[in-house]
Design a protein around this ligand. Structure first.
Ligand code: SF4
Length: 890
């Protein structure tokens, strides 16, 4: 087997993986030498090999729906762009790019737009997850600097996790914390989150604050630190400014006021404050729950203020720690991928920086003012101000707030160019010109993870069809637009330019400096080991720096403001812009689930990932559900002032009263109506432009249907006639959950039409009870099950896991056929139950039986018995819940 060291393309942990290729066979395992994960991978990373197939790939360029060659596609795109610029100016065009891009792709995209087109209308989907952290860092540190590293989380004595379901969204960082706590049980973990999430599994305290009230909680902490003598006056005096203003703003937040605003008890608030005040080594991890808010930037600064006042920053085991959502959100920030930034962490509003960058690029122009941020950019497309948009490696029709407005904007837009790996995403479908890009397994370049660690991503499969790397496509477009400065031999060339720009007139003035990685030969670039920036160039340096020459920590005593001091930022609590009311009485919270990534365009291909939570759902507290008249596992319609969708209901006592939670992943290819972006309000943080994904007033009501059904089928079926459908990938089949309102005149004919069972050589088994609206049908071809369908007016349909097992059989027995007609397995142990452990495919029923039969009392005992939970560990919180459930039942 050929082995290639590369990096996982999903979350911002940035785990190292080793891809082994033998002909068509691909295997993925964790890279034991990579300092982010030391060999471990989560369920998503472990299933990467299942996502590299070519199904649904965009393999040829297209213009106006016709496949063509690259010359034709690029010439046409450039000519149409030029015509629009000629008529309306450069401000009429925009690029919308992605944290999935490699740094080299990102670098040339930003250079083209800001240095050659002369507009700053380039923004990125990182705006949706991390831009509030960027603002918070820049306001406090003078630069977008992440002070710490993953090791700090292991060295801390208190880890505060706020606005992050770390266990599901950044599983390997969470597993490192779990391991550290196992070794040192005195390491305390406090989780701050309105929801009880899997991350609470290791929490010593869970603070279920009212959604959106974080600034009040941390302002109260700042006040308390000052009053309890936990401040570090020397640090504050020598290395910070504006402390008095921030403390003055925080005096409005005594403990009782905080408890009242946050919906907590005074004891809960005091417990947190005392733990923080009494512990020197504190790390505060924050993520989208903090950032995705109309006051996200202030939330970030309220956290940083507490670390500055206590001086707990930049030293081992302490500091505020922004965990990024995407694999290369950090790389995008380094090259200035946001509309209000310039390359190499320089500032667009700084004339000196603009001169420096323009001189270095030798470019004809340089953008002089910030461009449009994501939400306003699509608004400008809607109004016709932007007439051409080029969308690269992202799916805004699913992921942006007010997503129907985004779809309308693209439908109206004069020119939509898309670069993507897939042919049919909700966004790609709207492209006039489509460029087929290479995917993760085929691409070459670098990415930067949450701890500032640059790692190589290396291709290990050939580019399929006519697909080309994004950097190549962008450079070819630039050349056709008549620009010089885009003649690169490959990503090594681009990286070298990026590294040289970072050290230009730097000398420690700016945080981002990777000059030590400049001047590498192609083979040295190919061999770069994971390394944390800054990597400054040493005098007389000849060889590339070793991995340990990077910088683990920053911001101990030196910052990047004019006076080299950190700045306190006075902040006040502001309630979310839209409050629930009589019409929309609940708060909609959105987020990720354990086994899916973004809009499921890749993880959706994996059967084992699809098995955990196969349907789009809304989580709601059972008492709220009662008030709404909806049942567990029934269907609900969710409506907001911006749109409506239909989802499966899941009762959850961990969802706070008055709130509902909906995952972000489903789209129009995987469900009839489950794009949660349609519901999300387009309100943004005034400083960062980051949307308020965690707080939209919503109404929940029953979605009325007459019958429920599901189909497992080796071939796709038509979903056109169903009131509701959702599709998931199974092992050798597709799974469809369905619901309908119309009764067919003839169930048997309906079943055969649906499953394609009209061939005389097929066996067709079915059972109809028209009075009870029960229907079961199965198509058997050459002794193997081909498809099956089950219909009932109630939610009492048979186990999908039992039926999934039949698809693995080469031949159905007589007993299997009878079981299909009866609608339950002859042997109940054949029903493994819904997947809990994706890595080893272990189902709920199997685990519950083992707990009962073998008296298993710990996740470790379950692991020894069934292997569940022993690979990535992401299902351990669920195993613990099943143990408790079994105990209660007993
Ligand atoms: Fe990939 Fe999982 Fe690591 Fe994130 S934690 S980088 S998804 S393997």
């Amino acid at each position: 087997m050929n082995e290639t060291k590369t990096t996982c393309p999903y979350c911002g942990v940035g785990c190292g993986v080793i891809a082994s290729v033998n002909g068509a066979q691909v295997e993925i395992r964790g890279d034991e030498q990579h300092p982010a994960n030391y060999g471990r991978l989560c369920s998503k990373g472990s299933a990467l090999a299942e996502t590299v197939g070519l199904e649904d790939r965009l393999l040829e360029p297209e213009v106006d729906g016709q496949a063509t060659d690259w010359n034709q596609a690029l010439d046409t795109a450039a000519a149409r762009l030029e015509a629009i610029i000629r008529q309306h100016g450069a401000e009429a065009v925009a690029l919308y790019v992605s944290g999935q891009l490699l740094t080299e792709d990102y670098y040339v995209a930003n250079k083209l737009v800001k240095g050659y087109l002369g507009t700053a209308n380039i923004d990125t989907n990182s705006r949706l997850c991390m831009s509030s952290a960027v603002v918070g860092h820049k306001r406090a540190f003078g630069a977008d600097t992440v002070p710490g590293c993953y090791e700090d989380i292991e060295l801390a004595d208190l880890v505060v996790i706020t606005g992050s379901n770390l266990a599901w969204c950044h599983p390997i960082v969470y597993q490192r914390l779990v391991a550290a706590k196992q070794q040192r049980p005195e390491l305390r973990v406090i989780v701050i989150d309105p929801r009880g999430t899997a991350t609470c599994d290791i929490a010593d305290q869970h603070i279920a604050l009212k959604p959106g009230t974080d600034v009040a909680l941390f302002n109260g902490l700042l006040n308390q630190l000052a009053q309890s003598g936990a401040a570090n006056p020397d640090f504050v005096a020598q290395h910070t400014s504006q402390a008095a203003q921030a403390l003055a703003a925080a005096t409005d937040y005594p403990v009782d006021a905080v408890a009242q605003i946050c919906g907590l008890s005074i004891l809960e608030v005091q417990g947190f404050y005392q733990a923080f005040a009494a512990t020197e080594k504190v790390v505060t991890i924050f993520s989208q729950g903090v950032n995705q808010s109309s006051s996200g930037s202030d939330k970030v600064n309220s956290i940083i203020n507490c670390h500055l006042l206590s001086g707990r920053i930049g030293r081992p085991g302490m500091g505020p720690f922004s965990i990024t959502g995407q694999p290369n959100a950090m790389g995008g920030r380094e090259v200035g991928g946001l509309a209000n930034m310039l390359a190499a962490h320089m500032n667009l509003e700084d004339a000196g920086h603009r001169r420096l960058v323009q001189g270095f690029w030798d470019s004809p122009l340089i953008a002089e003012q910030a461009g449009l941020k994501a939400v306003e950019l699509f608004d400008a497309i809607h109004t016709g101000q932007i007439k051409a948009v080029w969308i690269i490696a992202t799916n805004p029709v699913v992921s942006l707030p007010n997503a129907e407005h985004v779809r309308e904007a693209l439908e109206k837009c004069e020119l939509v160019i898309v670069s993507d790996i897939l042919a049919g995403t909700d966004t790609v479908q709207l492209g006039h010109i489509k460029f087929p890009a290479t995917g993760w397994a085929e691409k070459d370049g670098t990415v930067t993870n949450s701890e500032r660690r640059i790692s190589r991503q290396r291709g290990f499969l050939p580019a399929p069809g006519s697909a080309r790397p994004d950097w190549w496509i962008i450079c070819e477009m630039a050349k056709r637009l008549g620009f010089k400065g885009f003649d690169y031999a490959g990503p090594a060339d681009i990286f070298d330019e990026h590294a040289r720009l970072s050290m230009l007139e730097n000398d420690g003035i700016r945080d981002f400096d990777i000059g030590g990685l400049s001047g590498l030969s192609a083979s040295e670039y190919a061999a770069i080991e994971p390394i944390q920036w800054p990597v400054r160039r040493l005098a007389g340096q000849l060889a590339p720096p070793a991995a340990n020459c990077g910088t683990a920590r920053l911001c101990a005593t030196d910052f990047y403001t004019a006076d080299r001091k950190a700045r306190f930022v006075p902040v006040s609590y502001r309630p979310p812009v839209h409050a629930p009311d009589g019409e929309y009485p609940f708060v909609l919270n959105t987020g990720r689930i354990r086994d899916q990534w973004h809009t499921m365009t890749r993880t959706g291909k994996s059967a084992r990932l699809g098995g955990h939570l196969p349907e789009p759902f809304v989580e709601i507290h059972p008492r709220d559900a009662l008030l709404c008249g909806i049942k567990d596992q029934g269907l609900a319609r969710l409506s907001t002032a911006w749109g409506a969708i239909v989802l499966r209901v899941r009762f959850s006592v961990e969802t706070p009263r008055g709130s509902v939670f909906v995952p972000i992943h489903w789209n129009d290819q995987t469900a009839s109506d489950a794009r949660v972006g349609k519901l999300v309000n387009p309100v943004v943080d005034p400083h960062s432009g980051e949307p308020e994904f965690k707080h939209t007033p919503v109404r929940v009501e029953p979605f009325l249907i007459e019958w429920h059904a599901f189909v497992l089928s080796r071939r796709p079926i038509s979903t056109a006639d169903f009131s509701y459908w959702a599709r998931a990938t199974g092992d050798q089949f597709l799974r469809y959950e369905l619901a309908g309102r119309q009764y067919p005149a003839d169930w048997s004919a309906w079943g055969r039409d649906l499953l394609g069972g009209r061939d005389s050589n097929d066996d067709w088994l079915d059972y109809v009870d028209a009075t009870a609206t029960l229907y079961r049908g199965a198509l058997v071809r050459e002794e193997r099950i081909e498809a099956c369908v089950f219909v009932s007016p109630r939610l009492d349909l048979p186990s999908r896991q039992w039926l999934a097992g039949l698809f693995a059989q080469e031949q159905l027995s007589e007993l299997d056929r009878i079981s299909l007609l009866v609608g339950r397995p002859a042997d109940p142990s054949a029903d493994a139950g819904p997947t809990v452990c994706s890595c080893f495919g272990v189902g709920r029923n199997v685990i519950l039986r083992a707990i009962g039969d073998q008296q298993l009392h710990t996740p470790e005992a379950i692991g020894r018995c069934l292997k569940a939970g022993t690979n990535c560990g992401s299902c351990v919180p669920e195993l613990r819940k099943l143990i408790a459930e079994a105990k209660t039942a007993a």
